[in-house]
Every structure is written in C-alpha cells, then in structure tokens.
Ligand binder design. Structure first.
Ligand SMILES: [Zn+2]
Length: 70
C-alpha cells in the first residue's frame, strides 16, 4: 500500500458528511479550514478549475489566492 505524501496533495475532494467539494493543498484539512478528508479521498483529489455549483465558495477563493501568489 502506497503512502500518500500530504505535500503532494492538491485538488478538489468530496469529504464525508459534506455536500460540497473542498480544496486541499498540502494538507488533509480543506483550505477553508473546516473539513478533514481521509487518505483514500485525498488520493482521488484532482486539480482543475472545476467550476461547479458544488464547490465550497471559501475554498474557491483561497485556491484563487494561492494561484495568484504563484
Ligand atoms: Zn471548503
């Protein structure tokens, strides 16, 4: 079984008990700070613009900030 390096995580994940996708970058806690995802879920993280009504608005804003800061 492969261990996922947290630093490699970057993308949208749909954690348990949430109806929104949240964004994770180098952490198992979402950018908006509220939601932890399991390693299995983080393994499926994918990073794209993912403009979707089901995205967490706070995570979208933070993701934009990350991109603008390089
Ligand atoms: Zn979020």
């Amino acid at each position: 079984m492969q261990t996922l390096e947290l630093t490699e995580i970057q993308g949208w994940v749909l954690p348990d008990m949430t109806r929104k996708y949240h964004y994770y970058a180098g952490s198992n806690t979402s950018l908006c700070g509220g939601y932890e995802a399991t390693p299995e879920q983080l393994q499926d993280a994918y990073d794209n613009n993912h403009k979707c009504a089901d995205n967490c608005a706070a995570c979208q804003r933070k993701r934009l900030q990350l991109q603008q800061n390089g």
